[in-house]
Design a protein around this ligand. Structure first.
Ligand SMILES: [Zn+2]
Length: 184
């Protein structure tokens, strides 16, 4: 498996679902950090359209009480890796996706400025699939060819006390060895 990033920051092999929830990175800001997340909507429900709808601002948050607290949220991630390994891309790597929120890494606040966000379809107290690890590793390789990434962190590493994803079920040893986990 091999992923290539085109000159506009899109992975050629990913399903492209552009999100409006993005903007420009600060001028000249190197993309040095990969942030690993998990998401599923409703929580623990896999394979549906709700996550893509959330990032497109088309999610009907009234349809299910479990989605009510997402009303009005404007968020996105660069990538989502589904349980079966399908790779979706919502925001160009050149752009700033809105995935990390209030966050800090190595003393630098605002991690969205300099990171790429990867969501794994899952829950923060459960395991991930072999297909997800395979796609993540290939994605990391592809991104390393396009951006000066030097570390990876969990969302919970950069937003401690506020976020718990991707959780203890994520096996860091199965992510790219070229990207060391640097938590703070
Ligand atoms: Zn997260």
């Amino acid at each position: 498996m091999r992923f290539d990033v085109d000159m506009h920051g899109w992975v050629r092999q990913a399903r492209r679902l552009p999100s409006p929830n993005c903007d420009a990175r600060p001028c000249g800001m190197p993309v040095c950090l990969l942030v690993i997340h998990c998401i599923s909507l409703p929580r623990g429900c896999y394979g549906g359209a709700a996550v893509a709808q959330l990032f497109a601002n088309t999610l009907d948050t009234q349809a299910d009480p479990r989605l009510a607290d997402l009303a009005g949220l404007r968020v996105s991630s660069h990538f989502l890796i589904r349980r079966d390994g399908e790779l979706l891309q919502f925001v160009s790597g050149h752009q700033r996706a809105w995935h990390a929120g209030v966050s800090c890494w190595q003393g630098r606040p605002g991690c969205n400025d300099f990171s790429i966000g990867v969501e794994l379809e899952g829950v923060d107290d459960g395991p991930y699939t072999d297909a997800q690890y395979e796609v993540l590793a290939a994605l990391q390789q592809g991104l390393l060819g396009a951006y000066p990434l030097r570390a990876q962190a969990a969302h919970s590493d950069i937003a401690p006390g506020r976020k718990t994803d991707p959780g203890p079920g994520f096996e860091w040893s199965r992510a790219s060895a070229q990207l060391e986990r640097v938590a703070r």
